[in-house]
Design a protein around this ligand. Structure first.
Ligand SMILES: [Zn+2]
Length: 105
C-alpha cells in the first residue's frame, strides 16, 4: 500500500494503522492526527448506531421496521465517509501545492 497523500510506499499497509505509521507521523502529522480523531468518532457513532438499530428492531419486530430503521443507521456513517474523502483530498492537494517537485505525474 502507498501513502494516500504523496504515494510513497508505506511500512504498514493497512487502514487501521494510518495514524501510527511512521511515514504519516513524519510527513503528514496533521493528517495522521485528524485520521485518528475521525476514526474514534466513526467507531463511537457506529457503535451507538448499531445499538440503537438493535433496540428498535427488538422493540418493533416487523420486517418493515428494518427498511425504515436502516436509514438513520446508514446516513451518519455515510456523512462521516464523505467527510473523510473530502478531507483526504484536501490534504492531498495541500501536500502537492507544498511539494510540487516530489509529486509524480
Ligand atoms: Zn506521504
Amino acid at each position: 500500500m502507498r501513502c494516500a497523500l504523496c504515494a510513497e510506499p508505506l511500512t504498514f499497509g493497512y487502514f487501521s494503522k494510518i495514524w501510527n505509521d511512521p511515514h504519516y507521523k513524519a510527513y503528514h502529522a496533521e493528517y495522521s492526527e485528524w485520521v485518528g480523531g475521525w476514526l474514534k468518532i466513526f467507531v463511537i457513532v457506529g457503535t451507538i448506531d448499531a445499538l440503537a438499530l438493535g433496540i428498535v428492531l427488538y422493540l418493533f419486530r416487523n420486517p418493515w421496521t428494518f427498511v425504515v430503521a436502516i436509514w438513520p443507521y446508514i446516513v451518519p456513517l455515510w456523512i462521516l465517509m464523505m467527510l473523510y474523502l473530502q478531507r483526504t483530498s484536501r490534504f492531498k492537494r495541500e501536500w502537492k501545492e507544498q511539494h510540487p517537485s516530489l509529486t509524480q505525474p
